[in-house]
Design a protein around this ligand. Sequence first.
Ligand SMILES: Nc1ncnc2c1ncn2[C@@H]1O[C@H](COP(=O)(O)OP(=O)(O)OP(=O)(O)O)[C@@H](O)[C@H]1O
Ligand SMILES: [Mg+2]
Length: 353
Amino acid sequence: MLRKHFAAEGVSTKEYLPYRPEGLPAKVVAVANFKGGVGKTSTAAHLAMSAALDGYRVLVIDLDSQGSMTSILGGNVADEWQTVFPLIAKDYAQAVQQENRVRNAAGQSEIPLDETLNEALKTGPGDVIQKTHWPNIDLIGAQLNLYWAEFQIPVWRMGLRSWPLWDGLTNFLHQDGVLDDYDIVFLDTPPALGYLTINALAAADILLVPLGASFLEFDSTGRFFDMLYTTFASIEDGENAAQRAAGLPELKFEWDVVRAIITRFDASQQTDMANVIQAYFGDFMNAYRQDYTALVGQAGEQVNGIYEADYRDFNRDTYVRGRETFDRTYAEFKEVLIGCWWRDTHMGDKADG
Ligand SMILES: Nc1ncnc2c1ncn2[C@@H]1O[C@H](COP(=O)(O)OP(=O)(O)OP(=O)(O)O)[C@@H](O)[C@H]1O
Ligand SMILES: [Mg+2]
């Protein structure tokens, strides 16, 4: 690869490789909001493409059974076995195996593993991660069957109450060197605070919450934050009683950074509302507002993201402004990303939890 060559040969003092501190794992970025159509997938897809163009190695995980992200990246997903489904199943199956060892020793009967779970135990990253036509972007795709996970996860949990149902995705990312193989992992989530979204939020270092500058989206995003807080506080409460009793460290969900980001912004109509939202969210708000652009607004169905849009299909102004708005969204994201890595190197990694 040219980038590697120039970084090694060094034709000038300029740095060609994107910044990631030596030895630190990839950053995991979840894009979430239970409100539908706020720009989660567009934001995640364009950040992933910008980061790839910038030289980062990117893994995108589609957690939405609608599979929009998967189509944008041209993914092929035959059934749930090419999605995160078997990874979460495997996590549960491993928890059951561990429990069964304890039960065996105590002479108690085992929890049975069905065919699906036995199959899932054999799944590794290579079975679910696919290449895309983007050299630096790999994908774990989604399709309709993934929705089954929302029914299956609580059933598994009833079979083994001690299984942490929010941890499957985190455990997958930390196993088999996935976080070493990539620089950034983007998680696109469905418009719901279901079990897959909870897995994404639990795995994330950086949480991005897109919203449009309208009252409805502002209102429902406020409720999304409330619900997030309540959901994770109740998981922590439930868990920590047991952890304390067992003398184990307590569970605490935390993110390096949480950022709300205005999407599909129309400065001529929405500046007042955007200012209200900015004042309300304060430091949790991105400074840059991602503009509404016909580059995704209309071409979105035929074109797989603006970096693949043909400039000849648009008037010059539309094209330039469309590119610029996503470039600037990425520029601000990159500052946040590098800030997180900088803190990890200079102030020690955040406490595990
Ligand atoms: N900056 C933008 N300018 C114009 N249109 C946009 C922009 N961002 C997103 N859109 C359009 O808005 C619609 C919703 O966007 P997107 O699919 O990214 O939202 P979402 O939050 O992922 O939706 P869902 O909740 O269904 O997953 C899409 O038709 C998309 O093309
Ligand atoms: Mg989406």
